[in-house]
Design a protein. Structure first.
Length: 82
């Protein structure tokens, strides 16, 4: 099964992570997701995938294909650093 657990567990408190892991293992998925969602909402980070159309254009020109770059997802940035 595919879950977001590895992603969330990197920045939630260990106690919450342990409890959530237990919930996931005991198949109380809903409870775990509510708890992790609460913790995750404290992290100031864009919750959608961002990209820069100018960089996409440059990538296609240079490499023949476009790929997602980490710099577009940096919190607090409203413009591409490139
Ligand atoms: Zn750019």
């Amino acid at each position: 099964a595919h879950t977001l657990f590895p992603l969330y567990s990197s920045f939630v408190h260990p106690d919450i992570t342990e409890h959530a892991k237990h919930d996931l293992l005991t198949d109380c998925r809903h409870s775990a997701e509510v708890q992790l969602g609460k913790a995750a909402s404290k992290v100031k980070s864009p919750h959608y995938l961002r990209y820069c159309p100018l960089c996409i254009g440059a990538q296609v020109k240079q490499y023949g294909e476009a790929f997602w770059a980490r710099r577009w997802q940096l919190p607090g940035l409203s413009v591409c650093a490139e």
